[in-house]
Structures are given as C-alpha cells and as structure tokens.
Design a protein around this ligand. Structure first.
Ligand code: ADP
Length: 593
C-alpha cells in the first residue's frame, strides 16, 4: 500500500482521530480515577484511624509506653498498616519501629499532618517517607491524654503504592484497549477504503480503456451507495461514446469506400493549399509518389491550370466552385472540379475531383469525324444528282439518248447514297448489338456456304471461281447467326469486287483447338502494308474518290471488325504470306466450351 494511496490516507486519518480521542479519554480518566482512588484511600484511612483510636480507648489503660508500643506493633501487623503515636513531636510508639529505636527518630512535630492535627484536630499529607522509602498517605488525629498515655497525635501511614499499582493497572488496560481499538479501526478503515478504492480503481480503469480506444468496456459490477449514480452515468457516457464513435467509424468507412470505389480521382487540400488526402483513382491517374501528402498540387502534377484553380478557391472567399481542363503526358484529358468546404473548426479547405474525360473527348471527336465523313460521303453523290437534275430541267438534251445517260447517272448516285445509308445503319446496329448480344453455337460451315451461294451468281457473271478448302465437320463457333452471315457476305463481296475477271477466290477454315480461323483470299490488287490496319477504320477507303454505285463508303470492314469483336474474336488482313498475291482477310472465333 503506497503512502499516498487513498487507502493509506484514510487509515492514517482514522488513526490520528482515534489517537487524539483516546488520548483525551486516557488522560482525563486516569486523572479522575487517580483522584478518586486517593480520596477513597484517604476515606478508608480515616475510617481505619477512627477504628484504631476506638481500639486504643477500649484497650486502655496501658502500663507504660513500652507496653503501648508492643500492643501497637501487634495491631499494625494485624492491620498491615503503620501506626504511630506522637506526643509533642516525639514518637512514643510506632508499629514498624522497635521501641528501643524510637528515641533515634526525628522530631515529628513539624510534619504537615501533625501540625494540622494539632491545630484543627485532623491532618492529612501525601509524601515520600524517608523511613519506609516509599510514597505514603499520612492521616493523623489528635488524642486527649487518657488511659495512661499523654495527649498526642495518632497517625496512620498507608502506602501510596496501592493506589499507584491500581492506576498502573488501569493505564495498562487502557493501552491494551488503545491498541485493540487501533487495530480494529485499521481493519474497518482498510475494509471500507478498499471497497471505495476498488470502485475508484474501476472508474479510472474504465476511463483508461475508453481513452485507449476500447469503447465496449462497462462497469459490470455496480458499486452501491453514492457511487451507484456515478457508475450508471459513466456507463451511459461510455455507451454514448461507443455509439458516437461507431457512427463516425461507419461514416468514415462508407466515405472511404465511396472514395476508393470512385473512378474519379479525389484530392483534399488544407487551408494552405497543401494535399491532405487523395484516393487510389487519383494515384493511378498521376502515379503519385509516397511523399505526396503535404505538397502542393503543382508539385505533384506539374500543371499550372490546376494550381491556378486551387489558388483561386483558397484565396477568394466568394469563389463558390471552379473547373479546369488539361491534357496529360500520355494524351489523356482530365477535367478537374474544385469546391471549397469548411471543416468542423470553420477552416476553409478545398476538395478537387478529377474526371478522366479522354473517352468522352474521343467519342466527341469520333462523332464529329463521323458526321464529317458521312456528310462527305453523301454530299458528293447528292451534288451530282442535283447537277444532273437541274441540267435536265433547265436544258433538256435534244437527243433522248443523252437524257437517258443523265438519268442513269442520277440513279447510280441515288443507289450509292442508299447503300451508304444502309451501311451506316448496319454499323450503328453492330455497335448497339454488342450491349444486348445473345451468342449461341453456330455452324460455321452452314453460314459460310450460304454466303458463298449468295455471291456465286455475281462471281459466275465475272467468271470468278470460288474455291472452298474447309474441314469436313460443322465448325461450330460462338456467334450470333445474322452477324456471322454479315461478316462472310462482306468479305466475299469485297473479294468478288476487287478480283479480276476469271480470277479465283479461296475460302479456307482451320481448327486450332480452341477457335476456328476463317480466311478469304482473292487475286485482286491487294492492300499495301500502309493501309492494312487502316481499312478497318470507319469511312476508310484506299481509293476514296470512286463512286461506282456499289455504295462503297469504307464502312464494310469497320462493321465486320465491330461484329467479330462483339463475338469475342479478332479480324485482320493477312495478305503477305507466301503464295498470296491479292488480299487475304482472316478472322478468328471461339469454339463453344
Ligand atoms: P467498302 O464498303 O468501301 O468496300 P470496306 O470497309 O469494305 O469499304 O473496305 C475498305 C477499303 O478496303 C476499300 O475501299 C478498299 O479500298 C479496301 N479493300 C477492301 N477489301 C479489299 C480487297 N479484297 N482487295 C483490295 N482492297 C480491298
């Protein structure tokens, strides 16, 4: 038990109060008892002296002083008291001094009790006796001369040690009671203070665990008395703290999940415009170093536009929000929106949200290009139609044959426009199809032969031979039937279109285990390396100025690529192999699992 501990202090205080109280009681009672004992001894001595005086009177007369001394000695032994008879200062008889030695005793006339007895008949004195060498109470009374004795003073000496012994015994008892009381007080105070200090320790233990972040702890055993309401309040407080902390943690977790789940980058800045936090999307966007926290946005992004926005938002209290846009080194475009906010202390801070708008920009550009290309594809035949129509109206040719040529040209351009628009619709459909596609196992053999049959009349017209080199089986692939037929049609149409008359088109298929690769090869002019990937882009044509009424708008291969991609396959131009002289287009589709 530490000296400064609560228990120790209670114990020491209890002892101090008890000691003070017991000391007062001790001194007061020993004093009182001592006085009472002296008074009682005196009273008994007087009583005995009266009895001795009566005995002397009864026994008288005495033959002489010696006989009186002998008689007094016997009485003294019986009563166990010292009895003296003094006349005019001389001791005539003494129960404890032999008769022969009486003459050597001092003159007793000046003893206080003798003087008093001579004056008023009675005298008492408490003092040390040199003769008996101990404290004595002397009581004396005057006796008139009678019975053969001269008048004198009868004196009784009672040893004071009897009184002292009783007082000592009383003191000793007191000390034992003292010690017993102190020990009992120590036990009681230890028990009580231990109960109290146990409660206080429980309170401080609970406060400590809450301080360390364990909010689930409670005071399970409630102390009684005045501590009960306090314990209930502490428990209620702990419960409230736990609830509040849980709510804050939940909200923090939700916010963290939202921030980490966002595709947009998020950054918060303190009132000095230095980075306080950021999410992983922003890290991916800028590949931020570990030392990003505490730095300014320009230090980590190297973009002045961003720093300008932050400076505006921090320094101008009227600035509600702001946006800026910039391109990154890897040609991505980022749009940043910034909003100021105030934390719980009212300090103005800024939150920035980074949107990667590259795809949006690309599709905007794609749309613009598409519109430009589509208008270009349609404007040329339309201008031609308009020109020939006006000529026919304003200056109708005299020769009806010339008029027919004009009308044929108008029809050819109208056909071209019709086919271009159909191709655009097919492309839009193929792009839309990717989102709602239901693929099934489709027989490659069946759809390939259907497409070959469809182009055969046209091929025969131009004496072109279509050679098929495919495996015997059905060649099942995962696809959507109409889409697969469209791809075969498109590639075979191009092959026939670009093949020379009497040429050969070779259709082949190969099973590589997981997929089937279909190839269509012709003997036309082929496609140079420079154009081999570009031909799959929308509106790309190697010779872009030809309008032949075939509706060639550079969309056919783009549609094929879209459809094959939708099926999870790939398409490419492969016309540079050994033995190939024209174009060779191949595409791969997965076999059913
Ligand atoms: P189009 O609808 O104009 O045929 P495609 O997308 O099918 O458009 O073809 C794009 C371009 O690729 C064509 O304009 C043509 O120049 C070239 N091309 C396509 N197929 C062949 C082929 N078999 N031989 C030579 N060139 C071809």
């Amino acid at each position: 038990m530490r000296l400064r501990s609560f228990q120790m202090r209670i114990l020491l205080w209890t002892w101090a109060v008890l000691l003070a109280a017991l000391a007062v009681i001790f001194f007061y009672s020993t004093d009182l008892v001592g006085d009472e004992l002296v008074a009682d001894t005196e009273a008994r001595s007087w009583h005995e002296l009266d009895s001795i005086k009566w005995l002397i009177d009864e026994h008288a007369p005495f033959a002489g002083e010696q006989e009186f001394d002998t008689w007094l000695e016997g009485l003294g032994i019986k009563l166990d008291q010292r009895i003296s008879y003094i006349s005019e200062g001389r001791v005539l008889a003494d129960s404890e001094v032999p008769f022969t030695e009486l003459s050597s005793l001092d003159d007793h006339s000046q003893r206080p009790e003798i003087l008093n007895a001579m004056e008023v008949g009675k005298g008492v004195n408490l003092r040390y006796s040199a003769t008996l060498k101990k404290e004595m109470i002397y009581v004396a009374c005057r006796m008139e001369s009678a019975s053969g004795l001269p008048s004198g003073i009868l004196r009784l000496a009672v040893p004071f040690s009897q009184v002292s012994a009783r007082l000592d015994a009383l003191r000793q008892n007191f000390i034992w009671i003292f010690l017993a009381t102190l020990i009992f007080a120590a036990l009681v105070s230890a028990f009580m203070s231990r109960n109290m200090s146990r409660s206080i320790t429980a309170f401080s233990e609970l406060a400590r665990t809450i301080g360390e972040g364990d909010y689930t702890q409670r005071l399970r055993v409630l102390p009684g008395g005045e501590f009960k309401p306090l314990a209930e309040s502490v428990n209620a407080m702990a419960k409230k703290i736990e609830h509040t902390v849980r709510t804050i943690e939940d909200q923090k977790g939700q916010l963290q999940a939202i921030l980490e789940g966002m595709r947009e980058g998020v950054m918060t800045l303190n009132s000095d415009g230095r980075i306080e936090s950021f999410n992983s999307a922003l890290n991916d966007m800028f590949n931020l170093p570990l030392s990003t926290l505490g730095r300014t946005p320009i230090e980590v992004s190297r973009r002045f536009e961003l720093q300008d926005l932050v400076d505006r938002l921090i320094s101008d209290p009227d600035q509600g929000s702001g946006t800026t846009q910039f391109d990154l080194m890897d040609s991505r475009t980022v749009e940043v929106s910034g909003v100021p906010f105030f934390d719980q202390k009212g300090v103005r801070k800024v939150i920035l949200v980074f949107h990667d708008i590259t795809i949006m920009k690309q599709s905007e550009k794609g749309l613009k290009d598409f519109v430009a290309n589509a208008s270009h594809q349609l404007r040329t035949p339309l201008t031609s139609i308009k020109g020939y129509s006006e000529t026919l109206l304003d200056n109708p040719p005299a020769n009806p044959e010339d008029g027919r040529v004009f009308l044929e040209t108008i029809l050819k351009n109208a056909d071209h426009m019709n086919k271009v628009i159909s191709s655009m619709l097919a492309l839009a459909k193929s792009e839309q199809m990717g989102k709602t596609l239901t693929m099934v196992a489709v027989s490659g053999r069946e759809y390939l032969s259907r497409a070959v049959n469809d182009i055969t009349p046209w091929a025969i017209e131009r004496s072109i031979t279509v050679k098929t080199c495919t495996p015997e089986d059905e060649m099942f692939v995962m696809a959507e039937p109409d889409g697969l037929l469209h791809v075969f049609h498109n590639l075979l149409n191009n092959a026939v279109k670009y093949s020379p008359d009497k040429g050969t088109i070779t259709v082949s298929a190969e099973d590589d285990g997981e997929s089937i690769v279909f190839c269509i090869e012709d003997q036309g002019p082929g496609i140079s390396r420079e154009h081999s990937t570009k031909v799959f882009e929308r509106f790309y044509r190697v010779d872009e100025n030809t309008i032949d009424g075939s509706g060639s708008a550079g969309l056919g291969l783009a549609i094929c690529r879209r459809i094959v991609k939708n099926f999870g396959g790939e398409i490419w131009h492969d016309g540079y192999g050994e033995g190939t002289c024209g174009a060779r287009f191949c595409f791969r589709l997965n076999k059913p699992a």
